[in-house]
Design a protein around this ligand. Structure first.
Ligand SMILES: Nc1ncnc2c1ncn2[C@@H]1O[C@H](COP(=O)(O)OP(=O)(O)OP(=O)(O)O)[C@@H](O)[C@H]1O
Length: 294
């Protein structure tokens, strides 16, 4: 039995704020910025505010360079905030020590766009999934790690018989499932998906989105979902933040943003997207399971 289920949480949506980002500012050193000649323009994130509740999926959209990845990387501790607060379960994590950050890594995981680049090519799938347990040995006892890794493979739709295979022996969609299994290994509460399905074919995208949606229900996971693909965002997100020049210019449900965008930038961003919107044909709200299943 998959041990992750021991931390399975009640699926009732509670409006407890899991992550609270307040007035976040992040800059890159001026010498490393491609904008270095424009003095004062090295601020990638200027003033970002939002919250994510347990079990909620919040989308982050915006053009290239708007600061989406910087927000994600700062939340996970890969970049340092210049100002503002990032509260996780009520604790400001911008001031965390290394030890506190290590503990936080259990609760927050990231799934990247390119699973091939983010998976160690020299490790088998089983070793990739087991790796986080080496840093957090209390999560799964040593003698159960092989079987738990296989159980996780099974849960994300990978054949456990392939546990000794290497990343290059899998397709793009399967590799992304390996990345998701690794992210789940530490039983996180929040998963940040940075363009996690962008490199996949449309049908494989749908399968991975369905998997993420199923896992969300099962483990009451919250997602911060970054994507340039607004139809993906529309299908998976409860709320969407529109980022422009390092500032959140608008926030709402996907329906609100598609039907009645207020900000000019949002209007331009959303107007160009040809997507099927079932509620325009009389449905009262976004129906569940609108992601096509293959
Ligand atoms: N390591 C870095 N060093 C210097 N500047 C950076 C670095 N990473 C990002 N930037 C700059 O910060 C700004 C925001 O970049 P970021 O990658 O967060 O945007 P994004 O919205 O995620 O873009 P994309 O969709 O293309 O990934 C950009 O102006 C970018 O050039």
């Amino acid at each position: 039995m998959l041990r992750v289920s021991a931390r399975k949480r009640c699926v009732h949506m509670t409006e407890v704020s899991l992550l609270k980002v307040q007035n976040l500012r992040v800059s890159y050193p001026i010498h490393s910025s491609i904008l270095q000649r424009r003095i004062g323009e090295n601020m990638a994130v200027k003033d970002v505010n939002f919250t994510i509740s347990a079990g909620q999926t919040v989308g982050l959209v915006g053009e290239s360079g708007s600061g989406k990845s910087t927000v994600a990387r700062t939340i996970i501790g890969l970049e340092k905030a210049d100002g503002g607060r990032i509260e996780f379960e009520g604790r400001d994590i911008t001031q965390s020590t290394r030890t506190e950050l290590k503990a936080l890594r259990r609760d927050m995981q990231m799934v990247f766009q390119d699973p091939f680049a983010s998976l160690n090519p020299r490790l088998s799938v089983q070793e990739i999934i087991v790796e986080p347990w080496l840093a957090h040995p209390d999560v799964v006892p040593k003698n159960r790690r092989a079987s738990e890794a296989k159980a996780l493979m099974d849960r994300v739709g990978l054949n456990p018989d392939y546990a000794s295979r290497f990343p290059h022996q899998f397709s793009g969609g399967q590799r992304q499932r390996i990345g998701i299994a690794r992210a789940l290994a530490l039983q996180p509460k929040l998963i940040i998906c940075d363009e996690a399905v962008s490199a996949l074919d449309v049908s494989v995208q749908a399968q991975v989105l369905n998997l993420l949606d199923d896992l969300k229900q099962e483990f009451n996971l919250a997602y911060l979902f970054i994507s340039h693909d607004l139809s993906v965002i529309e299908h998976i997100c409860d709320r969407v933040l529109v980022l422009n020049g390092g500032v959140v210019v608008e926030e709402g449900t996907p329906r609100e943003l598609f039907e009645n965008p207020q900000d000019d930038y949002t209007k331009r961003l959303f107007a160009a997207v040809p997507v099927i919107r079932p509620w325009l044909n009389g449905a009262s709200s976004k129906p569940a399971g609108t992601i096509p299943r293959y």
